[in-house]
Design a protein around this ligand. Structure first.
Ligand SMILES: N[C@@H](CCC(=O)N[C@@H](CS)C(=O)NCC(=O)O)C(=O)O
Length: 213
């Protein structure tokens, strides 16, 4: 058994496979060479079956011995403190990494998730479209001028920002060549590809068990 355990659901429908947020933690561990186990809670009954671990009934959940964390961003920052591969040690580089990690969650994902939700649920007039376009346009400016968000190198902030931006509907919304190149470059990393393949394999293997139920 490894010290780190990442919790996810035991199964999800096909649509979200490859995008479920345990992937963020798997990916970070892969980047950092941190060994981890993956354990699952039942997808059915998720609203109430693991509230002791995650008060909103969501995943992921990270278990690192005495440290037990919900929220993928908190899990990522915890992992980043274990490895320079995710966050530099120097105070300026570390502060920039923190800043852009929070920007991914609080300035981009805070807009992109509700926008995406209204889009996929077929809202006729998605009132968040203008806000979404503005935020992604601002980020495009930044990504047009630099390869990495923080510290002049790959950090956990890039991992998270790329994960937020790689959602298909977000990628297809508007024309932002620098952002597209950024997402393509970062999701081409072997650590991402392994984390994604492992997640997809877990859920696919669960199909058979579910059919037999
Ligand atoms: N802010 C949370 C969001 C977690 C989240 O939305 N997880 C999804 C899977 S990717 C989930 O558990 N959805 C089921 C639900 O919300 O009931 C985080 O980043 O950990």
């Amino acid at each position: 058994m490894n010290a780190l355990t990442i919790w996810t659901y035991d199964w999800v429908p096909e649509g979200p496979r490859g995008f479920v947020r345990d992937l963020r933690l798997r990916w970070a561990c892969e980047e950092a060479g941190l060994a981890y186990d993956v354990r699952t809670v039942p997808f059915d009954g998720r609203e109430t079956n693991h509230l002791a671990r995650q008060p909103f009934g969501q995943i992921p959940f990270l278990d690192d011995g005495a440290v037990k964390l919900f929220e993928s961003g908190a899990g990522l920052l915890h992992l980043a403190r274990k490895s320079e591969a995710l966050m530099p040690l120097d105070p300026v580089g570390a502060a920039e990494t923190l800043q852009w990690t929070l920007a991914a969650l609080n300035s981009i994902e805070m807009v992109s998730v509700p926008w995406w939700f209204l889009t996929v649920t077929g809202a006729r007039d998605n009132q968040l479209t203008e806000w979404m376009g503005m935020r992604l346009g601002q980020l495009e400016q930044v990504l047009g001028e630099r390869e990495w968000l923080a510290a002049g190198r790959f950090t956990v902030a890039d991992l998270l920002m790329a994960d937020v931006l790689r959602v298909e509907k977000v990628r297809a919304f508007g024309d932002r060549p620098a952002s597209e190149a950024y997402v393509a470059r970062i999701t081409d990393r072997p650590a991402f590809r392994k984390a994604q393949a492992d997640q997809v394999a877990l859920f696919k293997a669960a199909d058979a068990k579910r059919r037999a139920m």
